[in-house]
Design a protein around this ligand. Sequence first.
Ligand code: 5RP
Length: 222
Amino acid sequence: MTQDELKTLVGQAALHYVTPGEVVGVGTGSTVNKFIEALASMKDRVPGAVSSSEASTARLKAIGIPVLEANEVGELSVYIDGADEIDPRGHMVKGGGAALTREKIVAAQSRRFVCIADESKLVQTLGAFPLPVEVIPMATARLVRQFAALGGQARVRLKDGQALVTDNGQHILDVTGLRITDPLAFESEVNQWPGVVTVGVFAHQKAAVCLLGTPAGVKTLN
Ligand code: 5RP
C-alpha cells in the first residue's frame, strides 16, 4: 500500500469517532485532508466544525460543513488531527503544516484527541523530525541561541525564499538535533521562553487514541 492509501484508510477510520449531531474539531495536513474527504459522507449529521487552519476551513466549506469560531462553541467531544511524530505514550510532535498554535487551541478545547497517521510516524523518542516552534519574529535570534544551548539547531522556515508567515502572522523555527526524552517537561520549559507562541510538542494535549495506517489495516493505540 502507498503512504497515500494508508492516509485514506485512517482518514476513513476516524469517522467512527465523530458523534452525529455534535461539532467536531478538525486539524490540518494531508492525512486530515483524507478525513475531511471521508466526512463528506456524513455531512448531514455534522452541524459544524472548529478548524485549525485556513486550509482546512476552505476544504470543510467546500464539502458543505459550516465552520464555527472556537469562541462560539463550548467543549468539543473530539478533535481529529495528524502528527509528524508520535511516541508510544501518545506524545506528539506537530506543526509540519505550520498550524500548531491553532491545533493546540482546538485540542485543548476537546475531550479526546484522536491522532491519525501512517505507521511511519511512530517513534520511540521524539526529536528526529525538526521540531516546529511558532515565534514572534523579534525574538528569533535569541531563541536560536536558546535552542543552541540545548544542542539544537534552529532555522527560520522559508516559503518562496521568504520567512513563512503563519495564519497568526508569526514565523516558524524548525529545530533539529534534539532528543526529547521528557516531552511534558520540555513543552512546559520552552513554552515559557519569551517570544515563543507555541512549541510543537503536544504532551499536555496528547493523543488519547492513535489510528495508525499499516499494510495490515488500521492499528489502534490507546
Ligand atoms: C500541521 C500538522 C500536521 O498534522 C502534521 O504535519 C502531519 O501532517 P501530514 O498528515 O501531512 O503528514 O501538525 O501543522
